[in-house]
Design a protein around this ligand. Structure first.
Ligand code: URA
Length: 482
């Protein structure tokens, strides 16, 4: 039996792979008789060269749509075995069309992991590309240098075309470069790092922005490094701030520890320890959920968002605060309630006597939904199918945290928490029993207060919001004293 050497035009030649794979399968050529190669890659290694490719007989061979989707992502993985592995899976699918459902099958698991690594890399590229402006005004262009782990430039480029539609930009990488002039994305060959500009005024803007969103009170170095792995640091202007900011946060923490603790007021002393229900061994930790959710594709909102904005707060928080969806600032920072609504919330919590760092804060929908208008991204309310698609994460957060109280802020959060459309005014300020002894409180969303045009109404509604939060504060105090 002769050996076959299908040759692809490039590392990402999915159509070439598909065509060859189809011809090979229809000619009944076993995976062990096939060696895949890419044009221009060390041809001397493949000396038995030009055996005629198998003819392309007419025949029908259908594969599940899921396989095509998986293969399109997997082809972009840098693993040199991907073409052969995909062909082997295709070969095996012939006899077992349900094979893709068998998650424990080694071939299925490996391909799924490769596809996932590609999606993760795409997500990292969306989050970590930093443009630098070169040239003067009318002729200026924004250039970014990025080193992706996989062959994802073409896949990731439409995101930047949408996000930065009104600027001329190029993203340079060692594999391929993407360029945008307001019309279409063009892909050219890769370049060396020397061709990317390194310093300019945007760098300082990015650094100040990053310093402003950095909150030492919520610093978790490990989680931060998982989200922003060190290998990306060298291309990020803000990276030079990370070390000093961490050092500063550590100094602040040491100063707090050095100060002698004051005895708690008698009424705040816990007489009996509060025993929270034990977390079942199968409940995921928030960190595990956060990692899993990073690749969520349950609704289309991930496509335009920079990243998922998952909940944040202590694993054993007693109160969970649920908002609507991240806004512009949250989408960029990857943290909930750090923009204007977050500032309003922080103020009201403080006035109600609640320490935000003790709460778990999340949103009903975890990707930013917006309408791009030039430089601006206008907030769009999530619809019911998006809220439903995202509810799995809220449910799993709830199972993981097991809070005593869930505070739903606004109609979207109330819909997710109560499981049905419920006008805020109908339920506001009342404690509602959920399952497992957890209670819910519905109130307005802080951005509702920001939108009120009349200053008096705003002040009045703000006070009402603080009063609702005081119910939370009282409840916490009461269960502390119990
Ligand atoms: N609004 C929300 O509901 N969540 C955020 O994180 C920010 C604004």
């Amino acid at each position: 039996m002769s050996h076959h050497y299908p040759t692809l035009e490039s590392e990402t030649d999915f159509d070439g792979w598909r065509q060859s794979a189809r011809a090979l399968i229809l000619n009944n050529i076993s995976p062990s008789d096939v060696t895949w190669r890419v044009q221009g890659n060390s041809p001397e290694l493949f000396e038995p060269s030009a055996i005629a490719p198998p003819s392309n007989p007419h025949g029908i061979f259908t594969v599940p749509a899921k396989f095509v989707e998986l293969a399109q992502s997997t082809i972009l993985n840098r693993d040199p075995e991907r073409f052969a592995l995909l062909y082997r899976l295709l070969w095996r699918l012939r006899g077992n069309p349900d094979l893709l459902m068998v998650a424990t099958d080694p071939d299925v698991a490996r391909i799924a992991a490769m596809a996932k690594a590609v999606r993760r890399d795409e997500h990292k590229m969306h989050a970590f590309v930093r443009f630098r402006e070169i040239g003067q005004r009318e002729t200026s262009r924004f250039i970014a240098w990025f080193e992706p782990e996989h062959h994802i430039v073409e896949l990731a480029a439409p995101f930047f075309a949408k996000r930065f539609a009104d600027m001329a930009w190029s993203i340079l990488t060692p594999d391929a470069c993407a360029h945008w002039d307001g019309d279409a994305v063009a892909i050219t060959a890769g370049v060396s790092k020397a061709e990317a500009p390194s310093e300019d005024r945007l760098e300082q803007t990015w650094r100040s922005y990053y310093a402003s969103i950095f909150n030492p009170a919520r610093l978790k170095v490990k989680a931060m490094q998982t989200e922003m792995p060190k290998k990306y640091w060298r291309n990020l202007p803000e990276a030079s701030l990370i070390k000093p900011l961490i050092a500063g946060a550590e100094r602040a923490a040491s100063a707090m520890i050095a100060n002698a603790a004051t005895a708690p007021h008698k009424s705040q002393k816990r007489q009996t320890p509060i025993t929270k229900p034990k977390h079942s061994a199968s409940a995921d930790t928030i960190q595990a959920l956060r990692e899993e959710a990073a690749d969520c594709r349950a609704c289309p909102l991930w496509k335009d968002a920079t990243q998922i904005v998952f909940g944040e707060g202590p694993q054993h928080a007693r109160v969970m605060l649920v908002g609507e969806q991240p806004g512009d600032k949250e989408d960029l920072a990857g943290k909930p309630f750090v923009g204007p609504a977050g500032q309003m919330l922080d103020r009201a919590l403080e006035e109600a006597g609640i320490d935000r760092s003790k709460l778990y804060v999340t949103g009903a929908v975890k990707h930013f939904k917006f309408l791009a208008r030039g430089k601006f991204r206008l907030h769009q309310r999530p619809n019911t199918s998006e809220i439903r698609a995202c509810r799995q994460w809220y449910e799993r957060e709830l199972r993981s945290i097991k809070p005593e109280l869930v505070v739903a802020m606004g109609a979207t959060a109330a819909q997710s928490v109560l499981g049905k459309i419920t006008p805020v005014n109908k339920t506001r300020g009342r404690l509602i029993d959920l399952e497992d002894g957890i209670r819910a409180l519905v109130t307005v969303h802080p951005s509702y207060l920001l939108r009120l045009p009349d200053a008096d109404a705003r002040a009045e509604q703000y006070q009402h919001f603080v009063e609702d939060l005081k119910i939370v504060a009282n409840l916490l105090r009461a269960s502390n004293a119990a």
